[in-house]
Design a protein around this ligand. Structure first.
Ligand code: SF4
Length: 301
């Protein structure tokens, strides 16, 4: 279950009608900001048109592994062992597939052996996780932490941190598990963008620049650690503000241009993309209330 760390709501937040879902103010998420940077048209398809994207088995496996790691850290420290983690795989998948029955469609017509192979591939990622660290020696402050803040410019940032470790001295480490199938070198710049996004949010929420941003690549059992500094985060804040302004400008006119790159190979929308001979649907207008939403699949790339 995701936890939440947000600043107090400012007075201009819409009032929450009794018995109704709170109105979420427009915010930038790392996934959508990264989409816009990569290709404005991809951002439009995902955040404005909200076109469905069938998940891949690799994405589902990533969501499953994130869920298992969250459950693992809910166990008493001595129990956080590889075999115990593997025991969590099936119950976690049962729960995820009950919550999102459409995800099981990917396995329609497949026999149990194929599903077992896929679950086994999730167990391999967990083995890889244990080769990188010993969770019995860690006590994270939070897993799957929802974080949200507003910059002085009024730009609102929102996201989910896989894990937050806080040392007794107050030093913060932001940890992100990477389980995606894309080659690591393709995703690395995007991953670091995401980590700096979280660093800015946590710095603004807590007044402390995170000591370390740690990416754990479970597909190849490697990790990458980075130490940001305050001037860098200030510059990055300006980058995020510029991205948000560019999104709002494109949102008014509907002018979201394609930006073809080697990442198009992972795009589900080639058939609608002018760069591949397609035609986008008619622009539906700027969505209300929130074009910045992330799905659990975004968070488990
Ligand atoms: S195929 Fe490439 S250029 Fe076209 S929308 Fe997707 S990412 Fe953008």
């Amino acid at each position: 279950m995701a936890q939440t760390a947000t600043e107090p709501q400012t007075g201009d937040s819409p009032a929450e009608p009794a018995g109704e879902r709170p109105v979420r103010r427009p915010a930038l998420s790392p996934s959508r900001a990264s989409d816009f940077k990569q290709c404005p048209l991809l951002y439009r398809f995902r955040a404005v048109d909200r076109l469905p994207e069938p998940p891949t088995k690799a994405q589902l496996r990533g969501t499953l592994v994130h869920s298992v790691l969250e459950r693992l850290f809910a166990l008493p420290q001595p129990e956080r062992q590889p075999e115990r983690a593997k025991e969590l795989v099936e119950p976690a998948w049962s729960e995820l597939s009950a919550e999102r029955p459409e995800w099981t469609e990917l396995f329609a017509g497949e026999d149990q052996a194929k599903v077992a192979d896929w679950l086994g591939s999730a167990e391999k990622l967990l083995d890889s996780y244990f080769s990188l660290e010993d969770p019995r020696r860690l006590e994270p402050e939070a897993c799957e932490l929802h974080v949200e803040t507003e910059l002085d410019s009024g730009v609102r940032l929102r996201g989910y941190v896989d894990r937050l470790d806080v040392a007794p001295t107050g030093e913060i480490r932001v940890v992100d598990y990477k389980t995606g199938a894309a080659p690591r070198e393709i995703g690395e710049a995007k991953a670091m963008f995401q980590m700096k996004f979280y660093a800015v949010v946590l710095w603004r929420l807590r007044g402390v620049v995170p000591r370390q941003l740690k990416l754990m690549y479970l597909t190849d059992g490697q990790s990458l650690a980075y130490t940001p500094d305050e001037p860098e985060l200030r510059r990055f804040e300006r980058t995020l503000e510029a991205i948000w302004q560019a999104i709002l400008k494109a949102g008014k006119t509907g002018d979201f241009r394609p930006n073809p790159s080697k990442l198009c190979g992972w795009c589900s929308h080639q058939a609608r993309c002018p760069s591949f001979g397609g035609t986008p649907p008619e622009y539906p207008g700027w969505p209300e209330p929130d074009p910045g939403e992330e799905s659990p699949l975004d968070r488990a790339d």
